[in-house]
Design a binder for this molecule. Structure first.
Ligand code: NDP
Length: 313
């Protein structure tokens, strides 16, 4: 069964819903598939205090619910389902939903987001939203004058450690190797920051605490003769070990960088396939904020509208 749509939006984070608001107000009759995690990454955070328009803050879930309702008010057709395969070899483009239904779309807005990597410890689930976070910019504010740990040794980890050092009383940076992978300048900033203590050659075994994170059990120089168990007292545990952009099903057609972020023409959401646009974290290795994702969703919808009118579709 093939269904024909003018504008297909894949993904339901701030980018996808904003694209749906703009596309529906432009009479593109957009169909949006929510994907496996309706509302996207924001639904895994607690409070959101940095999205403009909410002077008292809101929650990630409420923000996404509001965006969805706003898109529906203008007629966006929001559906439960996940894109599982694509054929973007020629227009109209084909997208398979849940391995069954095929949508034929004149334009596609890819807003499938990225997934933060976790260590895979059961405690990360246990304390999700209660001290475990993968976004310092989102959640750092809640740890003012408290102690936190950041895991990772790349640029993101260093950036997050520095950001958190501006808020928290103490930041441990847990690095599995004996060196940081980050750029020299970031390394220097971290090593010269009196609030940051770098724990080289440490790995996390688990987290402790009654209902909320109160500490972490680490192992130093695992497998060596001088292996040692270490306990640190912390209130927050931040993962910064990388993100995986959700771009796999587009890769046969759409250019990505070596990590998998979709390449767009600078300053636009245009991909290498005309009529296919990318917005939000799937195309953004740098900012990864709800507001920047929303902005690029708007750009994608405007581009989709222009593309359709140029083609007379
Ligand atoms: P990276 O892949 O560069 O670094 C990931 C870090 O996490 C590494 O130190 C890695 O350790 C560590 N890590 C991975 N898995 C585990 C694990 N299971 N346990 C413990 N540690 C682990 O990712 P980033 O997100 O930091 O950066 C991604 C890209 O974005 C990079 O190219 C980076 O330069 C860029 N970036 C640039 C910024 C800037 O210029 N301002 C800011 C942020 C990112 P190991 O070193 O041992 O492999």
């Amino acid at each position: 069964m093939i269904e024909k749509v003018r504008c297909l939006i894949i993904g339901s984070g701030p980018a996808g819903y904003t694209a749906a608001i703009y596309a529906s107000r432009a009479n593109l009759s957009p169909v949006l598939y929510e994907g496996m995690q309706p509302g996207g990454q924001l639904t895994t955070t607690t409070e959101v205090e940095n999205f403009p328009g909410y002077p008292e803050g809101t929650t990630g879930t409420e923000l996404m619910e509001d965006m969805r309702k706003q898109a529906e008010r203008f007629g966006a057709d929001i559906r439960f389902g996940t894109a599982t395969a694509t054929d973007l070899s020629s227009a109209p483009y084909k997208v398979t939903i849940d391995g069954e239904k095929v949508i034929e779309a004149d334009t596609i807005i890819i807003s499938t987001g990225a997934t933060a990597k976790y260590l895979g410890l059961p405690d990360e689930q246990k304390y999700a939203g209660s001290g475990v976070s993968a976004c310092a910019t989102c959640d750092g504010f809640f740890y003012r004058k408290l102690k936190v740990a950041v895991v990772g040794g790349g640029d993101t980890a260093c950036e997050e450690a520095i950001y958190l050092a501006g808020l928290a009383s103490k930041v441990f940076l847990i690095v599995r190797k004996n060196a940081l992978r980050a750029s020299k300048i970031m390394q220097e900033r971290v090593l010269n920051n009196p609030k940051i203590e770098v724990l080289f050659e440490h790995e996390t075994l688990g987290l402790t605490g009654e209902g909320v994170v109160q500490g972490a059990n680490l192992i130093k120089r695992k497998g060596q003769t001088d292996e040692e168990q270490v306990h640190i007292e912390i209130d927050g545990f931040f993962l910064a070990i990388g993100h995986k952009p959700n771009s796999d099903i587009f890769k046969p057609w759409i250019e990505t960088d070596e990590v998998g972020y979709i390449k767009t023409i600078a300053g636009t959401p245009r991909t290498n396939v005309s009529g296919v646009f990318a917005s939000g974290d799937v195309a953004d290795p740098h900012y990864r904020q709800a507001i920047t994702a929303a902005g690029s969703g708007c750009q994608a919808a405007i581009e989709a509208e222009r593309y359709l009118s140029e083609k007379g579709l």
